[in-house]
Write a protein that binds this ligand. Structure first.
Ligand SMILES: Cc1cc2nc3c(=O)[nH]c(=O)nc-3n(C[C@H](O)[C@H](O)[C@H](O)COP(=O)(O)OP(=O)(O)OC[C@H]3O[C@@H](n4cnc5c(N)ncnc54)[C@H](O)[C@@H]3O)c2cc1C
Length: 494
């Protein structure tokens, strides 16, 4: 059924006009760049995403380690798109995509919305994979969202606080001062490097009962080298620089169990090692968004082990030329899960939609242009790979700085990021060390509620304003009575 026929039912369908309707799922690199690229298309664009921000994931580790604030890497999508008249932003987690009826169903806090489309761009990204051990997540948060980064920030700085308290009472605090990062890809390397810098530089004068420089930072990976996609030479260089920083690099070590107090590693020779560590970071493995499974079931397109869906060379789904899938969700020509694949794919999809509306011939198949990869090890040290060029050290670090500034969304964010990098890399300060109990524990608490956050709000349509007003008035009268009649508080004297 075409999108036009889907309007006008009682299921809250929203069709903005008679123009071609493009729905974009996700506000990450694919979603945002896809939407922006449609600015001049003769179409209405509706971006549906489960967060109100665009997230610059490559800098999440800097939020987790107190260098940047979350706002600097996660600008409000609504603000970014404020000037794009044909774009609308809707908050909601997409739960169903009905390819036959061309409908996208999304939910937020118990509210359901069904949005029709004529063209669809799916850019819902990927989540963390615990390789079938999802219960590890409670003790070793991943690094995928602002929630993850703030929770980790709280856990990392909180571990030093708890160690200070324990040491002041003469207790052994080794488990509190041991930090384990699982996964020696770019994120794991960056995270381990930053925790080491925190312990050895930033915090070295801040405590009285502990010496933060004695903290152990351990980077673990089942692979035989760090940064496998960067090749052996850069991998060796990175390992050496991490070790110079004081990071212990354990390779060929598979994590077989994780609990509150530590984790168990198993080596190739079958030997096992338990590491006592309260703070663990999971930076290993990705799993494509579960929406990929729905699309695979409806089209017969195969999925790979990481849940990525095979797409046609023009990024469309088999039998559905109106549906494009881009970014971390796709399996095509061994393309890596990096920002450029999502950005270029989304721009390609947008151009194809715009071209069709203008009656143009289809584009040639999608071709990814590899602009290179880089990872930062510590301040002034990075590795970069651009074509055949391999760069290490300060030069690579400067390249990293320029590229990240270029892609960070918003001029304001670029200026403040530069200032904070100046403070953290030239000095030793970290201006974003604030963390609250809520950030550390609220997510686990919400999970224990039947329906998560939805349990905390009233059902749509059942809010009884009159009854609530009466309750509030009665409560106010009771409080006033307690004060007027001196019944409140503890009476002093006779
Ligand atoms: C910690 C980290 C560091 C990285 N570093 C680099 C790097 O240095 N260089 C590099 O090139 N790449 C890096 N990457 C990879 C890069 O960020 C991804 O490849 C890129 O974000 C993929 O873009 P995407 O649009 O496919 O997905 P994402 O950017 O992940 O966006 C997915 C979007 O979909 C939304 N969403 C998900 N599910 C739903 C749903 N059901 N309903 C509605 N909305 C939904 C999300 O909220 C999000 O807005 C890094 C990734 C991580 C996690």
């Amino acid at each position: 059924m075409a999108a036009e026929e889907a309007t006008g039912t009682d299921r809250g369908l929203v069709r903005r006009s008679d123009r071609h309707q493009v729905v974009v799922i996700g506000s990450g690199f694919g979603g945002l760049f896809g939407t922006k690229s449609l600015a001049h298309a003769d179409a209405d664009v509706t971006m549906i995403a489960k967060t109100t921000h665009h997230l610059f994931q490559p800098l999440l580790y800097q939020v987790a380690t107190g260098i940047l604030s979350e706002g600097e890497i996660a600008p409000p999508t609504r603000e970014v798109l404020a000037g794009q008249k044909n774009a609308q932003v809707l908050l909601g987690e997409v739960t169903t995509i009905d390819l036959d009826k061309r409908l996208v169903t999304s939910h937020v806090l118990g509210r359901e919305l069904v949005t029709p489309y004529d063209s669809l761009i799916v850019a819902a990204g990927a989540g963390q994979s615990y390789f079938g051990n999802d219960h590890f997540a409670e003790f070793a948060p991943g690094m995928k969202s602002i929630d993850d980064a703030l929770e980790l920030r709280g856990r990392i700085f909180g571990a030093f606080e708890m160690a200070e308290l324990g040491a002041a009472r003469g207790e052994n605090v080794d488990h509190l001062l041991t930090f384990v990062v699982v996964g020696a890809g770019p994120t794991g390397v960056e995270m381990a490097g930053q925790i080491a810098e925190l312990a050895h530089r930033t915090l070295k004068k801040d405590f009285r009962s502990i010496n933060s420089r004695t903290a152990r930072v351990i980077l673990v990976d089942a692979a035989p080298q760090v940064l496998p996609p960067f090749g052996q030479k850069l991998g060796r260089w990175t390992k050496k620089k991490l070790e110079d920083l004081g990071v212990e690099v354990l390779l060929g070590a598979m994590v077989t169990d994780v609990d509150e107090r530590g984790l168990v590693l198993k080596y190739k020779d079958g030997s096992e090692q338990r590491v006592d560590s309260v703070t663990k970071v999971w930076a290993a493995g990705v799993q494509a968004n579960p929406l990929g499974k729905q699309l695979a079931e409806q089209t017969g397109a195969p999925q790979d082990r990481a849940g990525r869906i095979s797409v046609n060379p023009d990024l469309t789904l088999p039998g559905h030329p109106e549906v494009f899938v881009v970014g971390d969700m796709i399996s095509l020509d061994n393309l890596p899960g990096v920002a450029q694949v999502a950005i270029q794919g989304a721009k390609y999809a947008a151009k194809e939609i715009e071209g069709r509306l203008a009656g143009k011939a289809p584009q040639p198949p999608f071709k990814y242009f590899d602009k290179g990869s880089m990872a930062i090890v510590s301040r002034f040290k990075a590795v970069a790979m651009v074509g055949k060029l391999r760069v290490t050290g300060v030069l690579a670090w400067l390249m990293w700085l320029v590229v990240h500034l270029f892609y960070l969304t918003g001029f304001k964010n670029r200026v403040t990021a530069v200032l904070r990098w100046f403070v953290s890399f030239i000095g030793r300060g970290r201006s974003e060390r604030t963390s609250t109990e809520q950030q550390i524990f609220a997510r686990a608490a919400l999970k224990r509620l039947d329906r998560g956050a939805t349990s905390l709000v009233s059902e749509p349509g059942v809010y009884d304003a009159e009854r609530r007003r009466a309750e509030l008035e009665a409560q106010a009268a009771e409080e006033a009575h307690l004060s007027d009649d001196n019944l409140r508080g503890v009476k002093v004297g006779g």
